[in-house]
Ligand binder design. Structure first.
Ligand code: NAD
Length: 245
């Protein structure tokens, strides 16, 4: 492992364009479970509550669960050392961007500035009629479903539901980063969600070296990963940070 860590640190130092691609695994140590797997959210909740068509017709029912998952439970999560080290890598000019599948805002809270949120962000809500965007902190979640003050329409969390497209700017920025990358660091993603998983695959095709951090092997590991750093995000990134800073 230490040889692989040293090699990774050398590649990152010598690279002109490194980005991180993060998944639910980076936030597990902040107390947010992933969707899949033994302790995944889909063992407890029905994914239908995040289906756009179902939400539009059953918003009050969906909001009961959405509030519990994203605004009661997620609300207290704080960034961990893995988020912080990626932010420090950016401020030390060792990382150009974070492309994240996460919707928890923790990369921004850790201090990262260039974050492409491939699936949106739960800290904002949007009126589907007039497009007005609200901060979650300004919403009274005692009264659900929350409604737009202008037109009374139900607000939807500003992350993508099943059946919705990727936010165009995040999509374009993520693939532009992948095309330019010399190194891509994948942290805590199964690689099972498309089109997000095409981002590191595009980087690989464009010639980037892929470093993967995950306690478990994934479909990336046997297909595109060049250096597999087995372990939890905080543990591995702390060790990498010691070599980089
Ligand atoms: P996933 O749920 O499919 O897989 C999580 C991965 O994290 C697994 O490979 C697992 O081995 C790994 N992991 C678990 N603990 C880890 C740790 N301590 N350090 C590093 N890795 C660890 O995640 P995914 O590939 O991101 O796809 C799930 C989708 O669900 C994403 O699109 C995302 O939008 C969404 N999601 C987001 C959040 C969040 O915002 N925090 C949480 C759950 C799901």
């Amino acid at each position: 492992m230490s040889i692989l860590l040293k090699e990774s640190a050398k590649l990152i130092r010598e690279s002109n364009f490194t980005f991180a691609f993060t998944g639910a695994g980076i936030s597990v140590e902040s107390g947010i479970p992933p969707f899949r797997g033994e302790h995944g959210l889909w063992n407890k909740y029905d994914p239908q509550v995040l289906d756009l068509g179902y939400f539009l017709n059953n918003s009050e029912h969906c909001w009961t669960y959405i509030r519990e998952i994203f605004y009661d439970f997620f609300a207290n999560a704080k960034p961990n050392d893995a988020h912080r080290i990626l932010a420090k890598m950016e401020s030390n000019k060792l990382l150009k961007a974070v492309v994240t599948q996460n919707i928890d805002n923790l990369h921004y809270e850790a201090g990262s500035e260039t974050v492409y949120e491939f699936h949106g962000n739960s800290k904002k809500l949007k009126c589907l009629k007039c497009g007005k965007v609200y901060d979650a902190g300004d919403i009274d979640f005692e009264n659900i479903p929350p409604k737009c003050v202008h037109d009374g329409e139900v607000l939807k969390p500003n992350f993508i539901f099943f059946g919705e497209g990727i936010p165009p700017d995040a999509y374009a920025d993520s693939f532009a980063a992948a095309e330019k990358a010399e190194v891509c660091i994948i942290v805590g993603s199964t690689g099972e969600v498309t089109p997000a998983s095409y981002v590191p695959r595009t980087a690989k095709q464009a010639g980037a070296t892929i470093i993967e951090i995950n306690p478990e092997e994934t479909i990336f590991t046997s297909s595109i990963t060049d250096i597999y750093l087995k372990g939890k995000a905080t543990e591995v990134l702390r060790q990498l940070g010691e070599l980089l800073f």
